[in-house]
Design a protein around this ligand. Structure first.
Ligand SMILES: *Cc1c(COP(=O)(O)O)cnc(C)c1O
Length: 397
C-alpha cells in the first residue's frame, strides 16, 4: 500500500500505472476529447467526455490530495485562479467573503467582482491580529445568520479566505485558531497554500475546509506551465468544485497535466534546497547595510516566527522580502544590475526570481516602494548572494 509512504517517497511513487508486466512506468498522456460508452451514464464513475474526466489529471490529483491529507480526490485546474474560482464562486447571494488585507491580488479582485455584482460583501482581515479576525468572523456569522449546525459546504454563506504566509508581506496567520473559530461559527475556511507547499504545511490538518494551490509555482516547479489544484475532506464541497470545473470548462490540458506531474516528482528535493537557500539568504541580508528590513518567517527576529515554527514543518518557505534603504527608482536600478536573478513575477521555479512588488499599480500602498520579493530557487546560495551584493553596491555610487 502506498498510503504509508512518507511524502518525499509518495511524490515519486504515487500516480503510476498499475504494477503489471509491460505497463509503462509513467502514465500515458491521453489526447482524446471523448470516451467510448453506450447505455446509461454516471459521471461520478464514467469518463464519458474530456470535460468531465481525463486520466492525464489523475497522477497529480492523487499525489497532492495525499500530501494534503485529504479524504476526497484532488481536482486539477488549468490555473491557480481557476481552482480559486471553483471555491469563491460557490458563495450564494447575500454572502460574506472575508480575506486578508495582503493576499494574492487576483483573489481579492475575484471577491470584489462578486461584490460589484451584488452577490457578496467583502470584509478585509488583519491576518496577524487573531483576535480582530475572530471578532470579524463573529460579526459576519451573526449578520449572515449562519451557525455550525446550518453550514452548507457546497454554498458557503460566509467564506473565510486565508493565506499564510501571505503574499507579499509574508505575514503568518494563526491557522488553527482561525479555523477552529470559523468552524464553531459555521464559516467555511479556504487556505491558499501555494507559498508553503503541502510538504511544509497541511492546512486541512490545522482545521481548514479546503486547500487551494497555484500549482504553477512549487508543485510544477519549472516556470513552464500554469495549473491549479484543490483538496478537501468534505464530499459536498468536492462535488461542488467538480461541478464548477465541468460546467465552466475549467479543465487542464493533457500536456500541461503531464508537465505538472513531471515537475512534481522532484518537489521534495527542490523545496528542501530552495528553503535552505532562502533561510541562508535571509540571515545574510539581515546584516547587509543597504537592507532596511528582511521579512522571512524563518528569522527569529520575524514577528511571525513563533507561530510559523508551530505550523510550518521542515522549513519556512522559499520566498523572502527585503526592503532596501532606497527609493523606487534606485530599487529598480538594483534589480536591473542583477545578472543571475531573473526580474520577473511569480515564484516556485528552480530559477530565482526577483520583483519590486510596487511596480504593479494594483499593489496596496502599505507595501513599501523599495520592497523586493525574492522567490528563491535552487542555485548555489553563494552565487545568489554575490549577485545581490554586486547589485546593491551601486547604491553607494
Ligand atoms: C500565482 C498565485 C495564484 C494564482 O495562480 P495562477 O496559477 O497564476 O492562476 C494564487 N495564489 C497565490 C498565492 C499565487 O502565488
Amino acid at each position: 500500500m502506498t498510503e504509508n509512504y512518507a511524502p518525499d517517497t509518495f511524490v515519486v511513487s504515487g500516480g503510476r500505472p498499475a504494477h503489471e508486466h509491460d505497463a509503462p512506468v509513467n502514465p500515458p498522456v491521453v489526447f482524446s476529447s471523448t470516451f467510448r460508452g453506450a447505455g446509461s451514464v454516471d459521471i461520478s464513475t464514467d469518463k464519458v467526455y474530456a470535460r468531465f474526466a481525463n486520466p492525464s489529471w489523475d497522477g497529480m490529483e492523487e499525489i497532492v490530495a495525499q500530501l494534503e491529507g485529504a479524504s476526497q480526490p484532488g481536482l486539477l485546474f488549468p490555473s491557480g485562479m481557476a481552482a480559486i474560482a471553483s471555491v469563491i464562486d460557490l458563495v450564494p447571494a447575500g454572502s460574506i467573503i472575508l480575506l486578508p488585507k495582503h493576499t494574492y491580488m487576483a483573489s481579492v479582485t475575484m471577491a470584489k467582482d462578486l461584490e460589484r455584482r451584488g452577490i457578496a460583501t467583502v470584509v478585509r482581515l488583519d491576518i496577524e491580529d487573531t483576535d480582530s479576525c475572530i471578532r470579524a468572523f463573529e460579526e459576519a456569522a451573526a449578520s449572515a445568520g449562519v451557525s455550525a449546525e446550518t453550514v452548507n459546504y457546497a454554498a458557503p454563506k460566509v467564506l473565510a479566505w486565508l493565506e499564510s504566509p501571505t503574499n507579499p508581506m509574508l505575514e503568518v496567520a494563526d491557522l488553527p485558531a482561525l479555523c477552529q473559530a470559523a468552524r464553531r461559527l459555521g464559516i467555511v475556511t479556504a487556505v491558499d497554500n501555494t507559498f508553503a507547499t503541502p510538504l511544509l504545511q497541511q492546512p486541512l490538518s490545522l482545521g481548514a475546509d479546503v486547500v487551494v494551490h497555484s500549482a504553477t509555482k512549487y508543485l510544477s516547479g519549472h516556470s513552464d506551465v500554469l495549473l491549479g489544484i484543490t483538496a478537501t475532506n468534505h464530499e459536498e464541497l468536492y462535488q461542488a468544485m467538480r461541478h464548477h470545473r465541468i460546467t465552466n470548462g475549467a479543465i487542464p490540458g493533457p500536456m500541461e497535466a503531464w508537465l505538472g506531474l513531471r515537475g512534481l516528482r522532484t518537489l521534495s528535493l527542490r523545496v528542501e534546497r530552495a528553503v535552505a537557500n532562502a533561510q541562508e539568504l535571509a540571515e545574510r541580508f539581515e546584516k547587509h547595510p543597504m537592507v532596511r528590513e528582511v521579512r522571512y518567517p524563518g528569522l527569529p527576529s520575524d514577528k511571525g516566527h513563533e507561530l510559523a515554527k508551530k505550523q510550518l514543518k521542515g522549513g519556512f518557505g522559499a520566498v523572502l522580502c527585503i526592503v532596501l534603504d532606497a527609493d523606487a527608482e534606485q530599487t529598480e536600478r538594483v534589480v536591473q544590475a542583477l545578472q543571475l536573478w531573473t526580474p520577473a513575477t511569480s515564484l516556485g521555479g528552480v530559477e530565482s526570481l526577483v520583483e519590486r512588488r510596487r511596480r504593479h499599480g494594483s499593489e496596496p500602498e502599505s507595501i513599501p516602494v523599495s520592497l523586493l520579493r525574492l522567490a528563491v530557487g535552487i542555485e548555489n546560495v553563494d552565487d545568489l548572494y554575490a549577485d545581490f551584493e554586486r547589485a546593491l553596491a551601486i547604491l553607494g555610487d
